[in-house]
Design a protein around this ligand. Structure first.
Ligand code: NAD
Length: 434
């Protein structure tokens, strides 16, 4: 079977590469010619653990290629996946479907034989039907089906998530499409991963419902953490006690500076709009979106308070810039909310991230002193903030902080250190909900 992946970003590149690893012939397409040229030269435009080796392996085996020519690739395809971005539309919070519809038009022009067009992008309910209409209008002569196959991989563990997913959701009403998609996911049947077939609308909604639920869970534990701080409880023990209840589960009960990333903020916002367009309301999600915005925008106040309001000319070191470890993705990262107000208050900001520095430079102030390692970042600082829980930060000892820093305040917004040890060794240590 020949597969074409339209969009070679975090989702398209990983999904395409994994399908080629399953043994299929895959062409990853992107309109960004620079990206495609990089990929042709063996350079991976994003940071994703394990991806480079898997791309190389499948390229060598002749199963994976890259192209900026949609037409040539689509002509020979059995399945064409749409994996382009669906960012938040400026001004109104709806998902911006411009790239999805552009891709659908491009695909339609070049269809040759019966083809299944599958959306992997996260799209509002009803988008599959709209794609179908677009294609029918441009190519009334061609036999095709549309399916929805939302992607649930997480950046940082994307390959494993794709190869060993909790579930695969496929929405389609066509037996012919089911047959092809069943073949595609056969390797997952063999390892007993559930592949669930539904209607297109159900599949589209399942993705938003899942992401919004996780956003609610994170916000809930953040609010519980706030209560813990007031009553002297330990949020990790509370979370453990909650998570051992199978009805609740232990995942996504880790407090922090508010959720960010390429998906939760825009998907929660889009779900609110989906409900509003239908004359309803998802008030729980609305509340969470507002709460999370406030949480992110107020985290810097904890730093200001630890410095007793004397921020001007204080040296603040930020460890971690990406929205989570093992990715260079800066989209909606909490670091984007905490750094600007501190600069405004006159702080001198030093920052270090193991992989996200070049992405961070595109979206953060030129005033930031970007450093190449932990030590040069924290030396001579008054205060250190842990923004992303990269593994290499876990190994920093209290002695290292004390030897290198000018001051002794460590604000750990990811709770990666032992509070008792940090305090016993002489650090003025703050974490979340403990
Ligand atoms: P991305 O921005 O990393 O990649 C999108 C790519 O599509 C870009 O390289 C862009 O150049 C390309 N593109 C846009 N229009 C095109 C066109 N007409 N033809 C060819 N290429 C085109 O986005 P992403 O993070 O991979 O997300 C893609 C979709 O997957 C989104 O809907 C997102 O919500 C969803 N998703 C993302 C993740 C994640 O962790 N990033 C996880 C699950 C689902």
């Amino acid at each position: 079977m020949k597969i074409v992946m339209i969009g070679s970003g975090y989702v398209g590149l990983v999904s395409g590469t994994c399908f080629s690893e399953f043994g299929f012939q895959v062409t990853c397409v992107d309109k960004d010619i620079k990206k495609i040229n990089q990929l042709k030269q063996g350079k991976i435009p994003i940071f994703e653990p394990g991806l480079e080796a898997l791309v190389e392996k499948n390229k060598k085996a002749g199963r994976l290629e890259f192209s900026s020519n949609i037409g040539k690739s689509v002509k020979k395809a059995d399945l064409v996946f749409i994996a382009v971005g669906t960012p938040e539309r400026r001004g109104d919070g709806h998902a911006d479907l411009r790239y999805v519809f552009e891709a659908a038009e491009e695909i339609a022009k070049h269809l040759n034989n019966y083809t299944v067009i599958v959306t992997k992008s996260t799209v509002p309910v009803g988008t599959g039907r709209k794609i179908s209409k677009i294609i029918k209008k441009i190519r009334p002569d061609i036999d095709f089906d549309v399916a929805s196959n939302p992607e649930f991989l997480r950046e940082g563990s994307a390959i494993n998530d794709f190869m060993r997913p909790d579930r695969v959701i496929v929405g389609t009403n066509s037996e012919k499409a089911i047959e092809k998609i069943n073949l595609l996911y056969r390797p997952l049947y063999l390892i007993e991963k559930p592949v669930i077939f539904t209607t297109i609308e159900t599949a589209e909604l399942t993705k938003y419902a899942s992401n919004a639920f996780l956003a609610i869970k994170i916000s809930y534990i953040n609010q519980i953490a706030d209560v813990c701080e007031k009553v002297g409880a330990n949020v990790h023990d509370v979370a453990k006690g909650m998570g051992l209840d199978n009805r609740i589960g232990s995942k996504f009960l880790h407090p922090g500076p508010g959720y960010g990333g390429s998906c939760f903020p825009k998907d929660t916002q889009a779900l609110i709009k989906i409900a509003e367009d239908l004359g309803g309301e998802i008030s729980l999600v609305k509340e969470v979106v507002n709460y999370n915005k406030i949480r992110k925008s107020e985290m810097h106040k904890r730093v200001v308070s630890a410095l007793e309001n004397k921020v001007k000319n204080k040296v603040i070191s930020i460890l971690g810039l990406s929205f989570k470890p093992e990715t260079d993705d800066m989209r909606e990262s909490p670091s984007l909310d905490i750094i600007p107000p501190l600069i405004k208050l006159g702080a001198i900001i030093k920052a270090y991230d193991p992989v996200a520095t070049s992405e961070a430079k595109k979206v953060l102030s030129k005033k930031i002193l970007f450093k190449k390692n932990v030590n040069t970042c924290i030396e001579n600082s008054d205060l250190v903030v842990i923004m992303t829980e990269w593994n290499e930060f876990r190994a920093i000892t209290p002695k290292t902080f004390l030897d290198l820093m000018k001051g002794n305040i460590v604000m750990d917004f990811r709770n990666i250190y032992d509070p008792d040890l940090m305090r016993k060794k002489g650090l003025n240590y703050f974490s979340i909900g403990r």
